[in-house]
Ligand binder design. Structure first.
Ligand SMILES: CC(C)(COP(=O)(O)OP(=O)(O)OC[C@H]1O[C@@H](n2cnc3c(N)ncnc32)[C@H](O)[C@@H]1OP(=O)(O)O)[C@@H](O)C(=O)NCCC(=O)NCCS
Length: 337
C-alpha cells in the first residue's frame, strides 16, 4: 500500500485574475425599465451600475478569461493545473459541468474538476476545497473560479431583484506555501441553514419543477427573493461568523488589514465592519461598480484590493459571505505576495 505523509502543508493564493463583461446597466437604465429611482437604489443598496454580459456570452467564456488572466500572473502553465473548481449558480448548462468547459478552453490537459453550488458563498467554499487538496499534498495546485452571469436568471420586470445583480467574477490559483513561510490560509468557519432556502431561490428547471410552458409562464426560471428576510439574516450572520473566526484565532477587528466581504448590500457590509470594531478603510467595497455578482464577488473584490494597492504580503485578510441556502462563511488568511 502506498504510504502518505500526514504532515499538512499551508495553502496560499499565488495569483488572481478577473473577468467582467464591458456592458453596463446603470441605475438610469433601470429607471426606464421598472418603477425605481437612482436615489432609492443608491440609498438602499449602494449600487450605481452593474456589468452585463452580451447575449450569447456564458459563464465558461468569462471563467476562461479569468483563468487565463490568473495563469498569466502566475508561474504556472495550463498543463501544470491539477484541479479546477468553478463556483457558480449559472453554469452554461446543467451538464456538463462548467469546470470541464474551462479545462478544455485553457488546455489544462492534466486537470480534473467540478462545479460547486453555494450561491454567494461559492467562491469562499471553493477556495477552501481547493486549499484542502493542496494542504494534504493530493495536488500541487488548484484553479478556483467564482463566476456568474446573473443576468441569465434575473427577471428585468421585478424591481426587487433586477437592481441588485450583475455579471462577472474571477479566478485564484492556490499552491502550497514554502516551509516556514507565514502566509496562506489560517482558518475558516462555513455554515448552512437550509431553513432559509425559500427566501432566495430559483424554483424552476430542476427536478422539483422541470421546465414546462407553465413554469415559464409563472416565471419560475428566475431568481425569487424575500429581500427583507435575506437582509435580516445576512446582517446578523456576517458579523457573527467573522467575530467567531477572529476570536478563536486571537484577533480583533482592528487586526484585520483587508476585509473582503460579499457585496450584496453596502448596508450589510457597513453593519458587519462596525460590529467588528474595524476601521472603515479596511473594507473593500466595489458594489457601486459591480452590484452583486454572486460567486464572482469575492475574487472581483480581491482584484479591486490589488489594483488599489490595499493588499500586501503578510496582510491579515478576512473574507465573509452570506448567500442563498442560506450559506455563510468567514475565512482568515495571510496574503502571500
Ligand atoms: C432587496 C433590498 C435592497 C430591499 O431593500 P429594503 O430596504 O429591504 O426594502 P423593502 O423590501 O422593505 O421594500 C421597501 C419598499 O421599497 C419598494 N421597493 C423594492 N424594490 C424597489 C426598487 N428597486 N425601487 C424602488 N422601490 C423598491 C418595496 O416595494 C417596498 O415598498 P412598499 O413599502 O410600498 O411595499 C434589501 O432587502 C436587501 O438588500 N436584501 C438583501 C439582498 C441580498 O443580500 N441578496 C443576495 C443575497 S447574497
Amino acid at each position: 500500500m502506498k504510504s502518505h505523509s500526514t504532515k499538512l502543508k499551508r495553502a496560499k493564493i499565488t495569483a488572481i485574475g478577473s473577468a467582467v463583461p464591458p456592458g453596463l446597466l446603470t441605475n438610469a437604465d433601470l429607471e426606464r425599465m421598472v418603477e425605481t429611482s437612482d436615489q432609492w437604489i443608491m440609498e438602499r443598496t449602494g449600487i450605481r451600475q452593474r456589468h452585463i454580459a452580451d447575449k450569447g456570452v456564458a459563464t465558461s467564456d468569462l471563467a476562461t478569461q479569468a483563468a487565463l488572466s490568473a495563469l498569466e500572473k502566475s508561474k504556472l502553465k495550463p498543463s501544470d493545473i491539477e484541479l479546477i473548481i468553478v463556483a457558480t449558480i449559472t453554469p452554461d448548462m446543467i451538464l456538463p459541468a462548467t469546470a470541464c468547459l474551462v479545462q478544455t478552453n485553457i488546455g489544462a490537459d492534466k486537470a480534473w474538476g467540478f462545479d460547486l453550488s453555494a450561491a454567494c458563498s461559492g467562491f469562499l467554499y471553493a477556495m477552501q476545497v481547493g486549499a484542502q487538496f493542496v494542504a494534504t499534498g493530493a495536488h500541487k495546485n488548484a484553479l478556483v473560479i467564482g463566476m456568474d452571469v446573473m443576468s441569465s436568471i434575473i427577471d428585468y420586470e421585478d424591481r426587487k431583484t433586477c437592481v441588485i445583480f450583475g455579471d462577472g467574477g474571477g479566478a485564484a490559483i492556490i499552491e502550497a506555501a514554502d516551509e516556514g513561510e507565514d502566509v496562506g490560509m489560517i482558518d475558516f468557519i462555513h455554515e448552512v441553514d437550509g431553513s432559509g432556502g425559500p427566501a432566495l431561490c430559483l424554483p424552476g428547471g430542476g427536478s422539483r419543477n422541470p421546465t414546462t410552458h407553465d413554469t415559464v409562464d409563472k416565471k419560475l426560471h428566475y431568481v425569487h427573493q424575500d429581500g427583507q428576510a435575506v437582509f435580516k439574516f445576512a446582517t446578523r450572520k456576517m458579523a457573527d461568523v467573522c467575530s467567531r473566526v477572529l476570536e478563536r484565532n486571537g484577533y480583533t477587528g482592528n487586526d484585520v488589514d483587508c476585509f473582503i466581504p460579499h457585496q450584496a448590500n453596502k448596508r450589510i457590509i457597513d453593519y458587519a465592519s462596525e460590529r467588528l470594531g474595524m476601521p472603515a478603510d479596511r473594507s473593500i467595497i466595489n458594489i457601486d461598480q459591480f452590484g452583486n455578482t454572486t460567486a464572482g464577488t469575492l475574487p472581483i473584490c480581491l482584484q479591486t484590493a490589488l489594483e488599489e494597492k490595499r493588499l500586501k504580503k503578510g496582510d491579515l485578510v478576512l473574507f465573509a459571505t452570506v448567500g442563498a441556502g442560506f450559506t455563510s462563511g468567514a475565512a482568515l488568511l495571510r496574503w502571500a505576495y
